[in-house]
Write a protein that binds this ligand. Sequence first.
Ligand code: MN
Length: 237
Amino acid sequence: VALDTGRVIGAEVLLRWNDSELGSVEPSRFIPVAEESGMIVPLGDWVLAQAMALLAEWQRDGLDHLRLAVNLSARQFSGGALLERLDQLVARYGIDPARLELEITETAAMRDPENTRELLRELRTRGFKLAIDDFGTGYSSLAYLKLFAIDRIKIDRGFVKDIEHNPNDAVIVAATIGLAHALGLAVVAEGVETQAQWGFLRDKLGDEAQGYLFARPMPASEFREFIRRPAQPVPGA
Ligand code: MN
């Protein structure tokens, strides 16, 4: 949601597993297993294809102003096959790459910074949007932040949670927004749950936010319904 208008500007893809025997399996259970076993690569690949299919559907239905964000695992990111796969999918679904945002964590980005820098540059050349996810929680280097071809940083929910009560979190979030803007990057706050948090982020000139205040995770089919609703009132406006 855009902080200044309250309008929905996009969505993030989250994976859920509903199993006939196990019921609903939490991502915190199956993602680590997928990471360890290497299954995360075909799984991530499938997610990318699903995301592109959804974007193509939105594009067809006049919803081409929306952005869809997809999380990349460290393995997908460093595997070497990513560019080729993305090229194939873009060609197959005919989507505008600028509507797809790829998210990587700081830790994944910093695993091999030179490789990351190259890959991000290639992705940008193709027109994809790029975001650093869970910013502030992993190992990162501010020196690399300015070298990476990214569009956005996503401030981890851990800093946003107590923004109204914890002066340290408030300072960190405000400073991160300032730093990002000075580097020409936009800022998304994750895990926003209250109007007061929204108000704070808006006062500090944050750009966008996501979290339970706006919506809980929902199936893509319900999202169509959700974006038709009027924008939430902007705090203090
Ligand atoms: Mn994410």
